[in-house]
Write a protein that binds this ligand. Structure first.
Ligand SMILES: [Zn+2]
Length: 340
């Protein structure tokens, strides 16, 4: 009877679209993802726990207050400006080289403001985006509460995902880094080091950058090789590895064997930690439209078993996974392996 945390507010974000190579394409990070996972969990006998509202202290320990304030107000400001797009989308980016490293001013034009905080054009903001993103943080923190109070494993069934968000930049269909907030809160509740093992198909670049150079949160990520042309393109290479960060890029087309070998390596890296956060994306699945990896259901169960064998207090936070037919069963497989 593994507990999972749920909030209806996570359904309020409807990105509607992504702008990719200049083309507006339908969004794949949909509310139906969370509903499909919830349905599979309930069928499998998992115990639903309602999310509890938390104050902003853990959130602001991770993110720049200016990013949080932008996300909180972005949609209202955009809507009030009567712009031709029905979603907040950047068109000009405040790259630090543009201002020779000086802090750029906040632009007076509402339509220029996203360029202070967005690093891609794919991550649109609409009417319920802030409410859902903030609710996802509460779901993650409620899962931390459960583990801090003695559950060995708790699962945060949240969306939108978060592992691509840095301290002050959002992108990759993510707005607030739920995984990093959970790790930070676990650190303050249980002591360190905390390990984050990210098995989403894409590199957990935001989480890596948030904890880089620190020894109290160890980060490991198993992901499709960005050097083979995959998001986040600029990060996720082994050259970023150090004592507290381990990137394990794998080739497109890799199936269970190669993927599980990397998951084992990540688990070994995490073994000395006080507690574990699993950033669980199931988009490495063979059926998933967003990655070229070929992991099967048995692979997910085995990954859960490998991580569960560490015996650590564990918070699992939902990241990606975009095939609506398999996302629920794959999460259940992973949690089943983990909770044994
Ligand atoms: Zn992903």
């Amino acid at each position: 009877m593994l507990p999972f945390v749920w909030s209806d507010d996570c359904l309020r974000h409807e990105a509607a679209a992504e702008v990719w190579v200049g083309v507006r394409t339908p969004a794949t990070e949909l509310p139906a993802r969370a509903l499909a996972i919830r349905e599979a969990l309930v069928s499998a006998g998992a115990r639903e726990v309602s999310s509890v509202t938390h104050d902003d202290s853990a959130l602001l320990a991770v993110h720049d207050p200016a990013l949080v304030e932008f996300l909180r107000t972005a949609w209202d400001n955009w809507a009030a400006a009567s712009l031709p797009s029905d979603r907040v989308v950047p068109y000009v980016f405040a790259r630090s080289e543009l201002t020779s490293g000086r802090t750029p001013p906040t632009p007076t034009a509402v339509w220029a403001q996203p360029g202070l905080f967005a690093y891609d054009t794919m991550t649109l903001i609409g009417p319920g985006t802030w409410e859902a993103a903030r609710a996802a943080v509460d779901v993650a923190l409620t899962a931390v509460d459960l583990v801090a109070n003695g559950e060995r494993v708790a699962y945060a069934c949240c969306r939108p995902p978060g592992h691509h968000v840095t301290r002050s930049l959002y992108g990759g269909s993510c707005y607030l880094n739920n995984t990093a907030v959970a790790a930070t809160e676990l650190l303050s509740r249980l002591g360190g080091p905390i390990a984050v093992v990210d098995i989403d198909a894409h590199h957990g670049n935001g989480t890596q950058e948030l904890f880089l150079g620190r020894g109290d949160v160890l980060t490991a990520s198993v992901h499709v090789d960005p050097g083979a042309g995959w998001f986040p393109h600029f990060l996720g290479f082994t050259t970023e590895n150090g004592a507290a960060n381990l990137n394990l890029p794998i080739a497109p087309g890799t199936g269970d064997d190669g993927w599980l070998a990397a998951v084992r390596e990540a688990a070994e890296f995490a073994a000395s930690a006080r507690a574990l956060v699993v950033a669980l994306g199931v988009d490495a699945a063979a059926e998933d439209p967003e990655s070229p990896l070929e992991v099967c259901a048995a692979g997910y169960r085995e990954a859960g078993r490998i991580l569960g064998e560490l015996g650590l207090p564990t918070v699992v936070v939902q990241e990606g996974g975009y095939d609506l037919a398999t996302i629920g069963p794959l999460v259940v497989e992973t949690l089943t392996g983990l909770a044994r």
